[in-house]
Design a protein around this ligand. Sequence first.
Ligand code: PRP
Length: 207
Amino acid sequence: MLTIALPKGRIAEQTLEIFAEIFGGEFRFEGRELILDMGEFRFLNVRNQDVPTYVEYGSADIGVVGLDVITEKELDIIKLLDMRLGRCKVSIGIKNEDELDWSKPNIKVATKMVNITRDYFAHKAVGVDIIKLYGSIELAPLVGLADAIVDIVETGSTMRENGLKVAEDIMDSSAHLIANKNSYYAKKDEILALYEKIKTVVESRDS
Ligand code: PRP
């Protein structure tokens, strides 16, 4: 039996489609149910940010979560496979009429991704004041809360529709299959067998 934590929404649906393709049958959370039992698999429907928590504590053996979240949370887990779903970038955004002035001391940056932001600016040896927000990050420069933002860019429409532009890309992200370390050793055969099957589907789709 393998327990798999999935991030609510499109990535969960697309991952369940991969399982349906491999094993046949209908893999779908019914209504507001948070657990789906299908044969030897139990799926958990959790918030994106919470997937690593379930996996790290071992309540889920494996999970699917964005590389941005893995990087931000500095997780002690095993990264198994790039599922090539939910591709996006983590980027620095500024107002269309602005330029990012790296010589300015303590640039004010609003973000959900505090660690990624701190590391990126530290790497450039630039001082930064990080303002932690939980959503609608694009608003911050528009009302003078911050000079810039660090946020996820997928289609680019949120920035565009709010008069922002990308100043620099920090990293590429996509959903990855991760495993709890203990589970990986205790259930290695099961996990690797599943990994191989998912990898075959993912690679066949992309080629
Ligand atoms: C995410 C992200 C951006 C937006 C990017 O926000 O934080 O705001 O999507 O997507 P786009 O480039 O396709 O426009 P989300 O919808 O998760 O809401 P949030 O801002 O409340 O986190």
